[in-house]
Design a protein around this ligand. Structure first.
Ligand SMILES: C[S@@+](CC[C@H](N)C(=O)[O-])C[C@H]1O[C@@H](n2cnc3c(N)ncnc32)[C@H](O)[C@@H]1O
Length: 254
């Protein structure tokens, strides 16, 4: 999805907390991710929430880091985040993380940072995923650590099955109709998410299955949870990377 499409999405959404399908309580979301990140990350570094959306997770995370920056390509998301989820050590700003120069400027300002990335990659075209991974590497520098939660092909199959079973899930169905949710969902199967990072200059230190809690309930009255993957990674040391010749680059398209 493009920045303009995301802007239209956020502008058209009701402004109350939790209006977006993925805008779940931080107690079910960031609070479960933090220990996975903290196991490997230096909590004295700032945290950058890339694609921060409404800022709901961003503000919760700000209790655990000295400074937090929420970046989003959609001006409407940044405005919503600033209105709904302000905090003294959080700032929100519009930034397109497909742009390497933007990432360089943020790194020049903040230094090495930890990065939180939830549900952003799967809507990008394959070449843009690689561009975003380049930008995130710049944000991490030599000492930052990334936590990512991402939808995979399995998420798409799961959603398609629920909808074809006739589940009454208006938010999920709305996203499916508007954004091809389920059909374009990637990066494909579980192992490929890890390989995408490994092929683009990351050392993955942990990964696994993790549910994505949504703000929608199934007909049985249970909160809808989607099967997704998480991953914790650092930027590979430059000396260990020889672009183009590294075996991990060769595996990129497998
Ligand atoms: C599915 S939402 C997830 C929001 C938030 N991470 C969360 O978990 O609540 C994806 C967000 O990524 C943002 N985004 C998409 N492409 C981006 C880009 N190139 N640079 C920065 N943000 C981007 C969108 O505007 C949107 O707010």
């Amino acid at each position: 999805m493009t920045g303009t499409a995301w802007d239209a999405f956020w502008s058209g959404l009701p402004t109350e907390r939790g209006a977006a399908l993925w805008d779940s309580s931080p107690h079910l979301t960031a609070a479960r991710h933090l220990p996975l990140l903290r196991e490997h990350a230096d909590p004295a570094l700032p945290l950058i929430d890339v694609g921060c959306g409404s800022g709901r997770q961003t503000r919760w995370l700000a209790r655990h880091f000295p400074r937090v920056l929420g970046l989003d390509v959609a001006e409407a998301a940044v405005e919503l985040a600033a209105a709904l989820h302000p905090a003294p050590n959080v700032s929100y700003r519009r930034a397109d993380l497909l742009d390497e120069d933007t990432a360089r400027a943020v790194h020049a300002e903040c230094g090495d940072a930890n990065v939180y990335l939830r549900g952003v990659l799967h809507q990008l075209a394959p070449a843009d995923r690689v561009r975003m991974l380049t930008s995130i590497r710049l944000l991490l520098g030599g000492t930052g650590v990334l936590f990512a939660q991402e939808l995979t092909e399995r998420t798409g199959w799961y959603v398609a099955q629920l909808l074809s079973d006739g589940e009454d899930l208006p938010k999920t169905a709305g996203l499916a109709a508007h954004f091809d949710f389920g059909a374009r969902i990637a990066p494909a199967h579980e192992g490929r998410l890890r390989r995408l990072f490994e092929a683009n200059g990351y050392d993955v230190v942990a990964d696994g299955d993790i549910p994505l809690h949504t703000t929608e309930r199934t007909s049985g009255g249970h909160p809808l949870e989607l099967p997704t993957r998480y991953l914790v990674a650092r930027a590979s040391a430059p000396a260990r990377r020889r672009p183009g010749t590294d075996r991990r680059d060769i595996r990129r398209d497998s």
